[in-house]
Write a protein that binds this ligand. Structure first.
Ligand code: GLY
Length: 397
């Protein structure tokens, strides 16, 4: 979620986009970014009948129909944030109006203290909005959301609690939580209040100490004693096994520590991000087309599902990480991200315009252990795919 030179992006998109050409329904070759914008028009029209209802954010497909989710569902920010990117690509004011309309539907989330995912919900939607227009009211939303998120900070354990306590866990923290820290950094920049920055650093440090294994893969869920900081359990919720490397979790960690380095300049985070990147890049179970199976330790059979979302998130993170890396690492990270994007942009993964209920990518996985969202499109796969395409374009300048 870095700033972009919009004019350069648009020019490159319109005139010199070098990605694999796709075909429209009229059989006209077009760039992947043009394809993305055209497919978003389809999605916007599919979602339009629901625009005024609380269940308004397109997420996936169920029973061959577009599935929309309530604003309190963790993925509610990805559609508005994608709309901001589509505006950034196309420069067409209609997309800005659409992005504003959907972003502001999330207004009440800024006060929600019930879950850590407000970083995704508000950081991506209002946060991207701030990249494309100045708005004091959007800044206020970011700061208020940071306050709500900070209410989940458990100082004695040094973590932001992810989910509410339940029968199994008293203070669960998931690796995905690294993705909420960017919002805290943004809130400190806006408000000058370093409390948010300090919480982000403390959480990242505790996670670095406790979540990672010797091979640099991470556990999914850690349960903490809130009073002593003792790690009570190391488990999974969405992975193959407690001891396995759930693929999307590895991508969240990679992205999160890359952001940590960008925001603090502290080399320990760069090294952590590089270790995660190397784990992914060198994993013997990463297929030649570079789209991970849903878990790096899942037994591989002809039916083992891939997770396009894990690839899209990783590709976006790898492009940014490559800009902080030198020599062979820089080239290796760019090359892996390029291969991921090339596969995601192929007909196997990128839906033809007008199909897939307007969603971009096929073949993501929500949660196999919960038998939920298996081999479907997911709005966050689309969001990070667009971001990765934009980062690639921007790096070419
Ligand atoms: N943060 C939830 C997920 O990645 O599925």
């Amino acid at each position: 979620m870095k700033n972009f030179t919009l004019a350069a992006l648009v020019l490159s998109f319109l005139f010199c986009c070098k990605e694999t050409p796709k075909k429209t329904e009229e059989n006209k070759p077009q760039s992947v970014l043009e394809h993305v914008v055209a497919q978003h028009e389809v999605l916007f029209k599919k979602a339009l009948p629901h625009i005024a209802t609380p269940k308004l954010m397109p997420k996936s497909i169920t029973d061959d129909k577009l599935r929309l989710v309530d604003i309190y569902e963790w993925t509610s920010g990805f559609y508005p944030s994608s709309l901001w990117y589509i505006y950034g690509i196309s420069k067409d004011e209609k997309w800005k109006e659409r992005a504003i309309r959907y972003t502001e539907k999330l207004d009440t989330i800024q006060y929600w203290e019930g879950n850590h995912d407000v970083g995704f919900m508000i950081g991506c939607s209002y946060g991207n909005g701030l990249k494309y227009m100045k708005s004091k009211s959007y800044e206020k939303v970011i700061v208020q959301t940071a306050k709500s998120l900070s209410a989940r900070f458990r100082p004695k354990a040094g973590v932001l609690q992810s989910w509410e306590a339940n029968k199994r866990w008293q203070c669960p923290v998931i690796i995905d939580n690294m993705m909420n820290l960017e919002l805290l950094f943004e809130a400190t920049k806006i408000s000058g209040d370093s409390t948010f920055y300090d919480i982000a650093v403390t959480h990242a440090n505790t996670t670095m100490k406790n979540h990672f294994r010797a091979d640099n893969s991470s556990f999914h869920v850690l349960d903490y004693d809130k009073e002593t900081g003792e790690v009570l359990q190391r488990n999974t919720a969405q992975g193959y096994a407690d001891a396995s490397a759930w693929s999307r979790g590895q991508s969240w960690g990679l992205y999160g520590y890359t952001v940590m380095f960008r925001e603090t300049g502290n080399k320990i985070y760069l090294e952590q991000a590089q270790k995660i990147a190397d784990f992914i890049m060198n994993h013997p179970n990463l297929p030649d087309d570079k789209i991970p199976y849903w878990d790096y330790d899942a037994p591989i059979t002809p039916d083992t599902k891939r997770d396009a979302s894990a690839a899209a998130i990783a590709a976006s993170a790898l492009y940014e990480l490559s800009t902080f890396s030198t020599d062979t690492k820089k080239a290796a990270y760019q090359s892996l991200a390029d291969k991921m994007l090339a596969t995601l942009s192929s007909d196997n993964y990128l839906a033809e315009v007008g199909t897939n209920e307007g969603l971009l990518l096929k073949h993501s996985v929500g949660s196999i252990p919960h038998n939920s969202e298996i081999d479907v499109p997911l709005n966050y796969a689309d969001y990070y795919f667009i971001e990765a395409l934009m980062r690639k374009e921007n790096m070419g300048k």
